[in-house]
Structures are given as C-alpha cells and as structure tokens.
Design a binder for this molecule. Structure first.
Ligand SMILES: C[S@@+](CC[C@H](N)C(=O)[O-])C[C@H]1O[C@@H](n2cnc3c(N)ncnc32)[C@H](O)[C@@H]1O
Ligand code: SF4
Length: 375
C-alpha cells in the first residue's frame, strides 16, 4: 500500500499565520503542471509498483486549479502508477473557490474526499487571518458539497488564535458539529518565523493566548468532539463513522509515499526526500534533469524515533511487540524505561503490550515524545 502527495504551490493571497510553501504568482502555473507530469514520469518506480491507495492534493491551495487541470493530473497519475479502484482521493480546498459548479466539477474527476479550510467561524478572526471567505460562506459550501453527494467531508479549524475567547471557540465547535462533515482537523495556532503573525507577536502588537487558555480550548475540543460522536484518532484529528484520513493514517503507520511538487516529501521506508521549497528551482531542476531535492538515509535510530513519534500520537498507540520485532529487545527495554515515570503518573497507559498517551497528556505530548526518543 502506498500514497501520493501532490503539492499545489499557489494561493490567491497569503494568510498571516501560514508558512506552508506557496506563491501568489500564478503565472508559472502551466509550466508547473507540465513539470509535475515530468516529475511523476521520472519517479514512477519510486513506489515499486505498490498499489496506490491514497492520493492527496495539498497546498498551497489546490482549488486554484481548474477542473480540467485536476482531471489531467489524475489521468496522468493513472498512466504511471497502479491506482486502486477504491483509492481515497483527497482535495484541500478554500471555501471562496467552492462554487456549486466547481464542487460538481471536482466530483466528476474522481476526487472523493474534500478537506475544506475554514479555520474559524467568526468574521473578525477570519479578517485578522487574511482569509478570503466569511463564516456564512463556509457553512454554505459545506452544505452544498454534502448535497452534491460528498460523503467524506473534512474541515480544518485553528484554535489558540489571539483573542479567541472560550465562547467563540465553543461556538465554532458547535457550528462544525452541526454540519454534514465526517472529519475535523483542529490545530493549535503555531507562530512560524517569517509570517506576519510572528512579526506582530515579536513587536508586541499581537498577544499570544496564555497556556491555561490554550489548554482549556484543547480540552473543550476533545470534550465537544466526543459529545458529537467524533473519535479522536490522533491528537489533532477527529472522525465519525471511522472516516479517518486514510492518507494521513498511512503516514503514521510508516507506509511508503511519493511527494510531487515543490516542498513535497517522499518516504520509501529507507530514506526521506524533500523537494526544494522554491517553484523556479523546482521547475528548472526537473527541466534540466538536475537534483531539486535533498535526501536523507534513515538510520535505525531515526526509524525508531519516527515510529514512536508518529504512533504515540494516535489512538492505536505503540505496540511493544512490534517495537521488539522491528528494533529488537534492547530498544524495547529502552522505551519501557523511558516511559516508566509517565506510566507511574498516568500520562501513559500500558495495556495489552500497547503504550498510549492518556487523554490528559495529549496537550503536553511534545515533551513526553522528546523523552521517549533516542537522542
Ligand atoms: C497548508 S493549509 C492548506 C489548506 C488550504 N489552503 C486552506 O487555507 O484552507 C492546511 C491547514 O493547515 C493549518 N495551518 C496552516 N498554518 C497553520 C498555523 N500556523 N497554525 C496552525 N494551523 C495551521 C490550517 O488549518 C490549514 O487549513
Ligand atoms: S492557509 Fe491555505 S490559503 Fe492560507 S496561505 Fe496557507 S496554504 Fe494559502
């Protein structure tokens, strides 16, 4: 089983918090699309003929693409890879692009899962983030998508935003769980260097929420999701009716994936590769057949750390049997000794040879994970 990630590096405007690789200059779109096909052709053996079970259009903003361009990319991938008939094909989209016509067009292409970036349901916050849509529009597009037959719909929200009150966050959660969605990704705001939010934070024109407020919002998220029948299957991801993101779950389970496009990452079990985060260098690299990526061979220590880091974040946890099988008894014992204090305090639960973070430890998971890794 393998996955393909395609990075569409264009956005109509830049949100003030975001540091994903993107450009607002769409003049290179056509050249990018032909280079993308070329990259897929050059790298068609990367997945070693494993059936592709998931395809993920991420960005940037994939919904800057025209329907015929999405169609062409999918047909092109079908020509190079063995795509499973029931593959999950996810498409990240911004509400301001999702007219009824566009939504029904996407459905015709074979895309069967939408991930819609809503971020907040208060127009004041949306404006402060430099989003192009308002809350009413977000509600409308989700309802339209469901009416048009999308039955695997996800939305993204951000909490911990400056001045986001407890009541506003509760209102956003209430709103999202009333919508016909099966999936929610909710991320705490990160202030990334180079973004406008980061600059304003350093200047003092924007104030970070306190730790207590952030923890309260996280707890509210977990509780409201549970009440609404959503399973927290990873720290930031919730699904009902087991509509997990198969693509992201495959990342956490260490499956192979090929990443196409600038800044996209690939993994073939032994090494990781990441394309240059610069559209011109990416295009020139593929056109001139020069390397436009960096690669790292993974040592056993790297693989162990990644295994723990990704699985402990999920509801499936870390299986000690699997750790022993893959990394040997010595590393299994190392892991158990590193976990001992957390098992004692109840932050980690050990049951049926599986280690899981307990509910109250999810928000401090970064610190715990750092302690479990080999440095
Ligand atoms: C790279 S964006 C692409 C999606 C799409 N372009 C959009 O704007 O909705 C994927 C998701 O990452 C999250 N995200 C981006 N920057 C973030 C940040 N600084 N802190 C928390 N979440 C962030 C947002 O929820 C966003 O929907
Ligand atoms: S959040 Fe989405 S639309 Fe906004 S800048 Fe990032 S990728 Fe672009």
């Amino acid at each position: 089983m393998a996955g393909i990630y395609i990075h569409i590096p264009f956005c109509r405007q830049k949100c003030y918090y975001c540091d994903f690789y993107k450009t607002v200059n769409t003049s290179l779109k056509n050249r990018f699309l032909s280079v993308l096909s070329e990259e897929a052709n050059v790298r068609k053996n990367y997945l070693q003929n494993e059936p592709v079970e998931t395809i993920y259009f991420g960005g940037g903003t994939p919904s800057v693409l025209e329907i015929k361009e999405i169609d062409k990319i999918l047909k092109m991938l079908g020509g190079h890879f063995e795509i499973s008939k029931d593959a999950e094909i996810t498409f990240e989209a911004n509400p301001d692009d999702l007219s009824v016509e566009y939504l029904s067009g996407i459905r015709q292409t074979g895309v069967n899962r939408l991930s819609i970036g809503i971020q907040a349901f208060q127009d004041t916050h949306l404006k402060k983030m430099n989003r192009r849509h308002d809350a009413a529009q977000a509600v409308e597009v989700v309802e339209n998508a469901a009416r048009l037959g999308f039955d695997n719909l996800g939305v993204d929200l951000i909490y911990g935003l400056p001045n986001l009150t407890k009541n506003e966050w509760k209102e956003s959660l209430k709103q999202v769980f009333q919508l016909p969605v099966q999936h929610l990704s909710a991320y705490h705001l990160t202030y990334h260097e180079g973004t406008a939010f980061y600059t304003w934070l350093k200047k003092g024109t924007l104030k970070e929420l306190s730790e207590t407020e952030s923890v309260d919002q996280f707890n509210m998220l977990v509780n409201e999701a549970e009440k609404a029948g959503f399973e927290q299957y990873e720290i930031s991801n919730f699904a009902r009716d087991e509509k997990y993101s198969k693509h992201n779950t495959a990342y956490w389970f260490g499956k192979k994936y090929l990443g196409l496009g600038p800044s996209a990452h690939s993994f073939d079990l032994k090494s990781r590769r990441w394309n240059v985060s610069h559209i011109e260098s990416y295009i020139k690299g593929i056109e001139n057949k020069t390397a436009c990526f960096e690669e790292e061979q993974l040592s056993e220590k790297d693989r162990f750390n990644e295994h723990i880091l990704t699985r402990i974040r999920t509801q499936w946890g870390v299986s000690l049997t699997l750790v022993k099988e893959q990394f040997g008894a010595e590393l299994e014992n190392y892991l158990l000794s590193q976990c001992a204090k957390y098992i004692q305090t109840g932050n980690i639960q050990l049951s049926q040879s599986t280690l899981k973070l307990s509910k109250n430890a999810l928000f401090i998971s970064d610190k715990i994970m750092a302690d479990l890794m080999i440095i």
